[in-house]
Design a protein around this ligand. Structure first.
Ligand code: NAD
Ligand code: MLT
Length: 520
């Protein structure tokens, strides 16, 4: 059972799913920057929306954190770089609210074009202001979509029914994607010259912060109108207010602000500006989907499974046949690392049989997780394992070959002069099947002793007597020989770790060639 902290309102269905998976869910909606550093202690997972700033300080305070879940799209409130360095997985729910956000952008655009909120406000106060709130049609107009990802694409699809011309700016998408939505791609400076409306669907990054600024407004078509339901700070609010006052920009519709709630934004005083309080994702449908999707990702992450929406792991997918081998791969990493005092700088992972031809990068990541989990004191996860490999100068080579002698599938890890192979047993649990050329059949266990010796009678007795005299019970034992019978190898699982002096005593016995302890 893991402890999950939820710091913002999350759909009940999401909370229920996490509880049903056996986790303790602590919903704390009242907190300050300071108290957050305290309530995060001892939690394995944190679930937030956009108000909680998951800074490096918060991540450092959450020493037990394994995963941060963002119940929504934007990750600008999560320090993903710091999370990666600390081995904390970051997941989001990227598909959950995109329809709601796209519909909200269109609602804002039409509200701005027809002054709906202003006219509504006047009428409910008793003023029938028909001529004051004359608007503009969007039919026949040019609409610029800036950012043609998931939401930008949905907005384009929905606008195509209005008889508008679509232009777009997004240097990271293909011509094919633009063509699919009948969008003419233009550089941003060209787009602002021809567009009557612009709708922004960018993430907030270093590149996009302040992208819509004084200089850009100066180049824009006079009378342009701007919609932003993406992120505050992409527009320089002072510059936009000035451009509206000057008549360069005819108006704006904004769901997001550089500081939320906006207390002194000059835009709030302008009659041609329509605003909503970050409502893009505020529909029952989007909140249910965000809660359920994030709960699903958190449950997978806590179980150590592959997490499809993890944003800071290098392997982006795993094929169905490869999935059950995640634990095998991790155990192999742990086993091979235990055979060395100091890790060599090259590691080879071979996938044979059914696994050849599958998407296995996630399995290699799992091997690395196992390697570093036993080789370092730092918390190791799928997230920081590649970074640790880089820091330790460990090069990884992947090989795939269709044949696997006598096995459906086999994973073999080689480093220095050691080689360990494992597969899934008929009980679907990992089995080590070969160690340094000795055939053996042993399930991985928390404490294992690997002893290689000359293949002669009495060796098992020697090891058994030393352990027995020290009151160490052996839970499981397997013995294997090399094909030529030169040496033998025993793998013993014990109830508890074995003290270094006992290991030394075994090493000193005649006929013992090497002894390694492998712990989890
Ligand atoms: P996405 O990642 O699918 O799309 C973003 C697009 O922006 C991508 O195509 C990318 O290539 C493009 N892009 C990135 N950097 C760029 C740059 N410097 N110049 C031009 N294009 C660039 O994201 P999405 O799911 O479509 O979300 C878009 C935005 O909407 C995000 O900021 C998200 O946080 C926000 N959002 C807001 C609400 C809300 O409640 N108002 C709801 C959901 C999402
Ligand atoms: C998002 O990025 O998903 C939205 O801004 C919605 C939210 O923060 O809840």
């Amino acid at each position: 059972m893991a402890k999950i902290l939820v710091t913002e309102k999350l759909a009940d269905s999401g909370l229920e799913a996490m509880r049903a998976a056996g986790h303790e869910v602590d919903v704390q909606l009242e907190w300050t920057k300071e108290t957050l550093l305290d309530i995060i202690k001892g939690k394995d997972a944190l679930v937030v929306r956009s108000a909680t700033k998951v800074t490096e300080e918060v991540l450092q305070a959450g020493k037990d954190l394994k995963v941060v879940g963002r119940a929504g799209v934007g990750l600008d409130n999560v320090d993903t770089k710091a999370a990666t360095a600390l081995g904390v997985m970051v997941v989001n729910a990227p598909e959950s609210n995109i329809i709601s956000a796209a519909e909200h952008a269109i609602a804002l655009l039409l509200s701005q074009a027809r002054n709906i909120p202003q006219a509504h406000g006047a009428l409910v106060q008793g003023r029938w202001e028909r001529s004051k709130w004359e608007g503009v049609e969007i039919f026949g107009k040019t609409i610029g979509i800036v950012g043609l990802g998931r939401i930008g694409g949905l907005v384009a699809q929905r606008l195509s029914g209005f008889g508008v011309k679509l232009v777009g700016y997004d240097p990271y998408i293909s011509e094919e994607r633009a063509k699919k939505y009948s969008i003419e791609l233009l550089p941003l400076e060209e787009l602002v010259k021809v567009a009557d409306f612009i709708t922004i669907h960018l993430p907030k990054t270093k590149e996009t912060a302040g992208l819509f600024n004084k200089e850009l407004f100066a180049k824009a078509k006079t009378g342009i109108r701007i919609v932003n339901a993406a992120r505050g700070g992409i527009i320089d609010e002072e510059a936009l207010a000035e451009a509206i006052r000057e008549g360069k920009v005819a108006g704006a519709a904004l769901d997001v602000f550089s500081s939320e709630p906006p207390t002194d934004s000059p835009l709030l005083e302008l009659p041609s500006v329509v605003v909503t309080p970050h409502l893009g994702a505020s529909t029952g449908e989007a909140q249910d989907k965000a809660g359920e999707q994030i709960a699903e990702q958190i449950i997978l992450a806590l179980a150590g499974d592959f997490v499809p929406y993890a944003v800071n792991i290098s392997a982006k997918s795993i094929s169905e046949p490869a999935k059950p081998y995640l634990a095998v791969a991790e155990q192999l990493g742990r086993f091979i690392a235990g055979l060395f005092d100091r890790l060599p700088n090259q590691l080879e992972v071979e996938y044979q049989g059914l696994l050849a031809g599958e998407e296995v990068s996630m399995l290699t990541l799992s091997v690395l997780k196992g390697v570093f989990a036993s080789a370092t004191e730092e918390p190791v996860s799928y997230v920081n394992a590649p970074q640790l490999a880089e820091e330790h100068g460990l090069e990884i080579r992947e090989i795939q070959s269709p044949t696997a002698k006598d096995r459906v599938s086999l994973i073999t890890v080689r480093a220095g002069n050691h080689e360990v192979a494992a597969t899934l047993g008929s009980d679907k649990m990992p089995r080590i099947v070969s160690v340094d050329g000795h055939s053996i059949e042993v399930p991985p266990a928390p404490f294992m002793l690997v002893v290689r010796n000359n293949d002669k009678p009495g060796m098992i007795g020697i090891v058994g007597t030393i352990l027995g005299n020290a009151d160490i019970s052996i839970r499981n034992m397997a013995v294997g020989q090399t094909a030529g019978g030169e040496t033998a190898l025993m793998v013993l699982s014990t109830e508890q770790p074995i003290a270094e002096q006992l290991i030394e005593a075994i090493r000193k016995e005649k006929g013992i060639l090497e002894v390694h302890q492998i712990t989890s």
